[in-house]
Design a protein around this ligand. Structure first.
Ligand code: PLP
Length: 386
């Protein structure tokens, strides 16, 4: 007889009682505008910010790589899984991000886990913004370093923690450039200057900035001209670039270290050629088009103003990620439910993902949402939140 799974029922029942059990829903399409049972929905939960996931040139680049190289890389990167397209992509990412080198990982999650556990150990100190992504937290746990969290986007608090830190051991500061839940922006220049003053390395996660912020979507580090002051510029190929995978841009020596130390890089199969092809295709489209990110951010600015004019609180959003504060958990769920009946998909984000009493709708804008769509959506959202 197999071991009883009764404990799983108990666990799931507990989640259900707190309205926290989550379920998977399968969709027939991905992207910012999708059809469900023949009806078109505005999907505000997609990270396909630039609509590149289905872009003909991106699909074509992916298919070309699939046909030339086959379905899989068939080995890990250090064995024989590094194909010419992997090298081409890394060189392109390094150039775009303004660093000497870049290294591609299986996903953004694996990149953060692999990088952080390679840079810090038991006797080292990591300073992380209170709102950083779960992959950063898991990387820190794996590293076994001492973790100190600084108040969200608060360089003064970061400085007081750095000042109080023992002199021994390495120091690493970690933050995101555009935050995934609040859509606000980190004070990168102040953080870089603190890292310099207190002898700390800095890792910035540009998951939501890559493709959107900076000249030709090169990210916020480049927009601020901080390539020379921030050690590691991490990003993902899975959001604005419409495909899958993670990467970091850094110095050549740092890349050498990661190749030798990052277990999440070493002990896993290299990304398939078609996935690398789609990233190359997406970077090509972004470079050629030039202002896709600026266009999206322009629409987001107008959208936030429309929501504010209707009395809604969009917190500190300065990006394509727009939260709408509701407060009460049940009210947030009800608003999401009402919007669904109107043809709008928006997730209700509740504690513990966000602080108690700050339940909200989280809206991700993509270029699939036209000005006209957004004007209509703002009215609907205001109605659903009333
Ligand atoms: C999505 C995300 C990641 C993980 O990237 P994947 O490529 O989806 O694994 C890492 N950091 C942040 C801030 C993210 O939003």
């Amino acid at each position: 007889m197999i071991f009883s799974e009764k404990w799983i029922d108990e666990e799931l029942t507990r989640l259900g009682q707190k309205s926290l059990e989550r379920r998977l829903t399968a969709y027939g399409e991905a992207g910012g505008k999708i059809s469900i049972d023949g009806r078109i929905f505005l999907n505000f939960s997609s990270n396909d910010y630039l609509g590149l996931s289905g872009h003909p040139e991106v699909v074509w680049a992916s298919r070309r790589h699939l046909e030339s190289y086959g379905c899989g890389a068939t080995a890990s990167r250090l064995v024989s899984g590094t194909l010419h397209p992997h090298v081409e992509l890394e060189e392109k990412l390094a150039a775009i991000k303004g660093y000497e080198a870049a290294l591609v990982f299986g996903s953004g999650f694996l990149a953060n886990v692999g990088i952080i556990a390679s840079l810090a150990g038991r006797n080292d100190h990591i300073f992380a913004d209170k709102l950083v992504h779960a992959s950063i937290i898991d990387g820190i746990s794996l590293s076994r370093a001492n973790l100190k969290r600084f108040r969200h986007n608060d360089p003064d608090h970061l400085e007081s923690l750095l000042r109080g830190c023992p002199a021994s051991g390495r120091r690493l500061i970690v933050t995101e450039s555009v935050f995934s839940m609040d859509g606000d922006i980190a004070p990168l220049a102040e953080i870089a200057s603190l890292s310099n003053r207190y002898g700390a390395m800095t890792l910035v996660d540009e998951a939501h900035a890559t493709g959107v912020f900076g000249p030709r979507g090169r990210g916020l580090i480049r927009e601020c001209g901080l390539e020379g002051a921030i050690n590691l510029s991490m990003g993902t190929l899975s959001k604005a670039l419409g495909g899958y995978g993670g990467f970091v841009a850094c110095s050549r020596r740092m890349r050498d270290l990661l190749v030798n130390r990052a277990r999440a890089f070493i002990y896993t199969t290299a990304l398939p050629p078609s996935v690398i092809g789609s990233a190359l295709g997406a970077l090509g489209v972004v470079e050629k088009a030039g202002d896709l990110g600026a266009e999206l951010l322009g629409r987001a600015t107008v959208f936030r103003k429309r929501l504010r004019d209707r009395g809604l609180d969009v917190l500190g959003s300065q990006s394509q990620i727009v939260p709408v504060l509701i407060g009460d958990n049940v009210a947030a769920l009800a608003a999401a439910q009402r919007l669904k009946t109107r043809g709008i998909l928006a997730v209700a984000i509740r504690p513990p993902t966000v602080p108690e009493g700050t339940a909200r709708l989280r809206l991700s804008l993509t270029l699939d949402h036209t000005d006209h769509d957004l004007e209509w959506a703002a009215e609907e959202i205001a109605g659903a939140c009333r």
